[in-house]
Every structure is written in structure tokens, then in C-alpha cells.
Write a protein that binds this ligand. Structure first.
Ligand code: DP6
Length: 406
């Protein structure tokens, strides 16, 4: 329940995770409601390494809705933001009218102040829209008393992939068949504790902004790529079934192979788009080669890559293979000596590399090709932050200094 102080200020703070798809969402059948042309499946990453934190305050004294993102005030009239706000208020009123809301009856008509920060740099190249919209919608729902089953449809209207960040572990977003999108929802396949050996590395190769945003990229793909239609109609339905099965069986080689094939197909569709879209760069291609050569050496899939709308790689592997693979990355992409910490996040033990492995991989090292690695694993869905000291908005309803300097 939100706190309600003497000035009538109600405040709630929540956090939400990033997710990385292993069956990619690419293409909409309805751009207003954000309905996809295919189902997708992702792994929710742990919030200890990557999360968005959002505080929402409402008060009868606020004159207008306002939002601050990573310390800067942004335009509240952004259409997707407006959709989320309107939908949450509509669900809240509906619930109040049916008499089963526990929230303060008047608060839904009050204006809100929203303040949101990420604990990861934008330079990490990770789309922050998924964790951002999931966090916004979840926090608003806590403030206005909206049921959790309604949130997937609201977060989806902020950013498609955001609906998958509402759950922890392994999450599918079913495309649905209804025109109004009521059945286009995310649901958990397995929780974050189901496959504890699974580990995730984010290889940050570039600080550049991505060239084409996913929204406009997928729009052009839908208009021009014939391959995309084949992917949505034929490939993804069977891949979704297979992906759920291999996750349930904790079959890493099958999971890894399917993950890589789906990433490759997504980027093939980007090339089939006219004009073509290039998200991968030379460093991404080198990482792809390295992973295949490493797996080839062992004669099995021990490591898998996936790439979204940018050049950074996300690697899935098992805990047992992690130290050696990180050492392989360090060897073939030697970091700057005395530079910033190379491996951030969960500790990775050191490992020795055999001369035979290095020789067999047979690649020319690329110094400073990878800026740093974030080491993480699967994690839980959104959480409420109880400690009022962690609110990003002060008693005056404005961002605290700590939220601005973030
Ligand atoms: C390549 O969810 O960012 O990351 O719905 O237009 O906001 P909008 O797109 P967005 O697209 C994500 C695309 C992707 C694949 C994925 O996450 O499934």
C-alpha cells in the first residue's frame, strides 16, 4: 500500500528487470495496440545487475502529470506513455466501480509525478524500454490498485517486449488472435529458480547509439521482407514449442542451438528488409566466430550468442563452462590494462586456457574489441521497494538529488 502523508502525497517505488529474447519479437500486426506477428520467449535477467527503479507519487496538489527519466524531465505527452497512464487509470476506475479496490478512492483522479532511473549505463546498449515500461506500469498499478492480470496488456502498449519483463525466469509472450489484443499476453513458462546453472554474459562492444530503433526497423521489415512472413507463419510456431520443451528439460545444447539460430534468422530478416538494416558490426561477427569455434573444439554447444537491435552480444552458458569461456574472451579480446574493471556483476572464477584450445580457435586477438562484460543470471520479476529512503521523489514531489545525479 502506498504511504499517504499529511499533504495527501501517496508514493510508491518499484524495480523491474531487463529481459533478453531467445525467440525474437520482430514485427507488429497492429501498431497502435502493439500486437505482434509472432509469439516470443525471453529470459528475465537478475535485477542485482540490471534494473529500472521507478517512483510514482500522486497528490491532489499536483497541477499536471510529469516524468523525469535518468535525471532529466521528459515530455509526458509521449503517446506510448499516455496509453499506459490512461489504461491504468481506466482499469483502476473500473475496479473501484465494482467495489473491490483497496486503493484510496480519490487518488486515481490526481495527477502523478514519475521519476525513473536505470542502474546500467545507456552505453551498455541494452534497450531500457522493456524494464522502463514494465516498471512504470507495475508501480502505477501498486499506487492505483490494478490487478496483476491486467498489467501485461498495459505494459505491451508502452513497448512490446516490456510485457515480458513483468515476470521472472522464462517468459513467453503469446501473440493472441483477438483484434482487440486481449489475449496477446505474457506468461511465465518457468521461474528463475528452475535452471540455476544457466548463466548470462553481456559483452559490451560499443557505446554508439543504435542506428535504427526497433520500432521503425520492425515497421520497415513488415512492409518489405518476404522472409519475415515465412518466419512468423511457419518458423516461430514450431520454435516456440521446441524452446519451451528444451527449457523444461534443461537441455543446454538444444537451447543454445535454437537461441543462436533464432538470433541469426532475426538478423537475416534485417538484411532482407529494404533498405537493409545492419545491427551487427565486425566485433559482433568476431564473437559469433569465436563461439562457434569454441563449441567446435568441444564437439558440443557449450556457449550460445544472441543479438538484439544493436552490436552487443548476450551469451548464454552453464556455470561449469563460464570461467573458461570468460578467459577465452579475455584472450581473444584483450582488455585495456589498468582500464575499468573488465568483468562486472557476478564473480567469475579464473581459469587456465590450454595451448591446444587457443591454437584450435585460431583467431587473431582484437585488443579492446570488447569494452567490458556484465556477468548475470536469470532473476525475478518486478518488486516493491519498501524502504522510503529509496524513493526517488522527495516530500515536495520533485526528484531527490540522488535521482538527478544518477
Ligand atoms: C530485437 O519491444 O523495443 O529486442 O514494441 O516497438 O517498443 P516496440 O519494440 P521493442 O522490440 C524489441 C525487439 C528485440 C527482440 C525482442 O526483444 O524480442
Amino acid at each position: 500500500m502506498p504511504e499517504n502523508d499529511k499533504q495527501g502525497l501517496s508514493v510508491v517505488t518499484c524495480t523491474a528487470p531487463v529481459n533478453i529474447a531467445v525467440i525474437k519479437y520482430w514485427g507488429k500486426r497492429d501498431e497502435d495496440l502493439i500486437l505482434p506477428i509472432n509469439s516470443s520467449l525471453s529470459v528475465t535477467l537478475h535485477q542485482d545487475q540490471l534494473k529500472t527503479t521507478t517512483t510514482v507519487a500522486c497528490s491532489r496538489n499536483f497541477q499536471q502529470d510529469r516524468i523525469w527519466l535518468n535525471g532529466k524531465e521528459e515530455d509526458i505527452n509521449n503517446p506510448r506513455l499516455q496509453s499506459c497512464l490512461q489504461e491504468i487509470r481506466r482499469f483502476s476506475r473500473k475496479r473501484r466501480n465494482t467495489g473491490d479496490s483497496t486503493s484510496d478512492a480519490s487518488s486515481v483522479s490526481h495527477k502523478v509525478h514519475i521519476c525513473s532511473v536505470n542502474n546500467f549505463p545507456t552505453a551498455a546498449g541494452l534497450a531500457s524500454s522493456a524494464s522502463g515500461y514494465a516498471c512504470l506500469v507495475y508501480t502505477l498499478s501498486q499506487l492505483f490498485g490494478v490487478e496483476s492480470e491486467q498489467l501485461s496488456a498495459v505494459a505491451r502498449q508502452g513497448s512490446g517486449s516490456a510485457c515480458r519483463s513483468l515476470y521472472g525466469g522464462f517468459v513467453q509472450w503469446k501473440l493472441g488472435t483477438q483484434l482487440d489484443g486481449k489475449d496477446s499476453l505474457a506468461e511465465q513458462v518457468e521461474s528463475e529458480s528452475y535452471w540455476p546453472e544457466l548463466r548470462v554474459l553481456i559483452l559490451v562492444v560499443s557505446a554508439e547509439q543504435k542506428s535504427v530503433g526497433s520500432t521503425s526497423g520492425m515497421h520497415t521489415s513488415v512492409e518489405t521482407s518476404q522472409l519475415l512472413k515465412y518466419r512468423a507463419d511457419v518458423v516461430v510456431p514450431s520454435r516456440m514449442e521446441e524452446m519451451i520443451r528444451v527449457i523444461r528439460e534443461r537441455d543446454f545444447p538444444a537451447f543454445g542451438e535454437l537461441t543462436m539460430k533464432d538470433s541469426n534468422q532475426f538478423h537475416a530478416i534485417c538484411l532482407d528488409t529494404y533498405p537493409p538494416i545492419f545491427y551487427l558490426n565486425n566485433m559482433s561477427h568476431r564473437i559469433i566466430s569465436l563461439v562457434h569455434r569454441y563449441n567446435q573444439y568441444y564437439g558440443e554447444t557449450r556457449v550460445a550468442y544472441t543479438f538484439d537491435a544493436g552490436p552487443n552480444a548476450v551469451i548464454y552458458t552453464l556455470q561449469d563452462h563460464l570461467p573458461e569461456f570468460v578467459q577465452v574472451v579475455r584472450h581473444f579480446f584483450p582488455p585495456e590494462v589498468n582500464g575499468e574493471e573488465f568483468v562486472k556483476g557476478l564473480t567469475v572464477c579464473s581459469a587456465d586456457l590450454s595451448e591446444e584450445l587457443k591454437r584450435d580457435i585460431n583467431m587473431e586477438p582484437t585488443p579492446k574489441g570488447i569494452r567490458y562484460i556484465i556477468s548475470t543470471k536469470a532473476g525475478p520479476g518486478p518488486c516493491v521497494v519498501k524502504d522510503p529512503n529509496h524513493h526517488l521523489l522527495g516530500a515536495d514531489g520533485l526528484p531527490k538529488k540522488s535521482a538527478i545525479s544518477h
